[in-house]
Structures are given as structure tokens and as C-alpha cells.
Design a protein around this ligand. Structure first.
Ligand code: ADP
Ligand code: ADP
Length: 227
């Protein structure tokens, strides 16, 4: 089943005559449950693409359909609901809220959506993340690897259709990187999640089902490496 459809996406930053064409007509589809690595040189448009897929940055033209819904045809309110329910975003620098503790950071997307926290399911999630003993800690009291685990929890708690990660291991040493990717893969398998990861790390890319290479705002290569 197709979960994501991207049609002729273009993104121009800046003025009409000047500025940058960050995406120059990108099209692809992703099946539900696929794990896709997005690779390519710095400045090639990967983050721009991911942000547009996540509903946080509007394209200049083109369409994004998630589970059949045309994301940029939605009004602001529907788009906000779409982001909360359908998208889990994971960033290189975690983007946790510094004044909220681990539990509060993880459960925030549910609460913002007016949903209740189920303590047993929360416990199950934090144990899988290895954060069972840390629920009351602030982000500043955690290591980078632990902070990234919190951000994975926050990305997953609302059971989004699509999980998007922008260099999730870019700030971590190789041991922590391996653990974070292991966690993302485990969740991807057990929850049948659709996962797109931007990475510079070839070892991570080779764990995906498929690698899409972006160069200069276009797809340079799109290769299925396992089914
Ligand atoms: P990547 O993630 O592959 O490094 P980006 O999507 O961040 O690439 O950037 C693609 C191009 O768009 C680059 O030339 C970058 O400088 C430009 N760009 C990205 N974000 C902005 C922005 N907010 N304003 C202007 N130019 C931007
Ligand atoms: P599952 O159905 O297997 O619990 P989901 O995709 O629904 O998986 O949820 C992802 C993670 O978020 C799971 O680990 C789940 O325990 C947790 N979770 C989902 N909904 C809630 C909730 N209402 N309260 C607390 N945790 C939740």
C-alpha cells in the first residue's frame, strides 16, 4: 500500500530572480512500512525535502500526499492536526523543550492533541527506549544519546503514519549512533512504521530497504536494496 506520494516538488528560497532552487522537481512514492535512507552532499536539498514532507515548510510547487491526503491543500488548522497525528520528526540536535522533563517531552504531542496518556503504554515505550529511570530528568541532565532517545519517544507516542529523521546520529559517537539506529529499526519492524532517514553515514544507509540519493535538488539515484 502506498503511504507517501511526492509529485514534482519544487522549492525556491529567496527572491524571484535571485535565491536558490533547493528542490527542482522531485517525485517518488513510498510504500507503507518501507525504511528509506536519503543521502547526498551537503546543500543538495535533503532537509528541505524532509521538512516539506513533514508539513513544516511549504513547497513552491508540487504535491505531497500522505495516506491519500493532499498535505498542502489543507488549511492551517488541518495542517497542524496532520503534523501532530501523522508525522513524527526526529532532529540532529533533538529539539527537546529544556524546561520539561523526559516524561513531559515525550507525552507532549499526545496532550497537545487532546489525547490521554496511557501509563502502561508509556511505561512500555520508555522501557524500550531505556529511559525507565530517567522520566523526571531534564534534557540538560542527559547525554546526547539519551536526549535522542527522548526525541524518538516524542516522535512515536502519537503513532504517526510517517517517521522522518534528519541526521538523527549526526551529533553522536559511533556507539550511540549504532544504538539509536538499532532502536529506530526495532520500532520500524515491530510497529510496521514508515521511516525516512537523512544520513551521511553509509553504514546507516545500508541498513535501509531503499536508498534515495539527492544531488542538486533532484533525485540522482533511487535503489531498492532489500524487500
Ligand atoms: P541539505 O539538507 O542536503 O544539506 P538543504 O535542504 O538544507 O540541503 O539546503 C538546500 C539548499 O537550499 C542549499 O543551497 C541551502 O543553502 C538552501 N537553503 C536551505 N534552507 C534555506 C532557507 N531557509 N533560506 C534560504 N536558503 C535555504
Ligand atoms: P502499540 O499499538 O504497539 O502500543 P503505537 O504505534 O500505537 O504502538 O504506539 C507507539 C508507542 O507509543 C508505543 O510504544 C506505545 O506504547 C506508545 N503509546 C501509544 N499511545 C499511547 C498513549 N495513549 N499513552 C502512552 N503511550 C502511548
Amino acid at each position: 500500500m502506498e503511504l507517501l506520494r511526492v509529485e514534482n516538488l519544487c522549492k525556491h528560497y529567496g527572491g524571484r530572480e535571485t535565491g536558490t532552487d533547493a528542490l527542482k522537481g522531485v517525485s517518488f512514492t513510498v510504500e507503507k512500512g518501507e525504511f528509506v535512507a536519503i543521502v547526498g552532499p551537503s546543500g543538495s536539498g535533503k532537509s528541505t525535502l524532509l521538512h516539506i514532507l513533514g508539513g513544516v515548510d511549504r513547497p513552491t510547487s508540487g504535491r505531497v500526499l500522505v495516506d491519500g491526503a493532499d498535505v498542502y491543500q489543507m488549511d492551517e488548522n488541518a495542517l497542524a492536526i496532520f503534523r501532530r497525528r501523522q508525522i513524527g520528526l526526529i532532529y540532529q540536535f533533538y529539539n527537546l523543550i529544556p524546561v520539561l522533563n523526559v516524561e513531559e517531552n515525550i507525552t507532549l504531542p499526545l496532550l497537545l492533541d487532546g489525547r490521554k496518556v496511557d501509563p502502561f503504554r508509556l511505561q512500555n515505550l520508555v522501557e524500550k527506549l531505556g529511559l525507565g529511570e530517567r522520566l523526571g530528568h531534564l534534557p540538560s541532565q542527559l547525554s546526547g544519546g539519551q536526549q535522542q532517545r527522548v526525541s524518538i519517544g516524542r516522535a512515536l507516542i502519537a503513532s504517526p503514519a510517517l517517521v522522518l529523521a534528519d541526521e538523527p546520529t549526526g551529533n553522536l559517537d559511533s556507539k550511540n549512533s549504532g544504538e539509536i539506529i538499532g532502536l529506530l529499526r526495532d520500532f520500524h519492524r515491530t510497529l510496521d512504521q514508515t521511516l525516512l532517514i537523512i544520513t551521511h553515514d553509509e553504514r546507516i544507509a545500508l541498513q535501509a530497504d531503499r536508498i534515495i540519493a539527492i544531488e542538486d535538488g533532484q533525485i540522482a539515484q533511487d535503489e531498492v536494496i532489500r524487500r
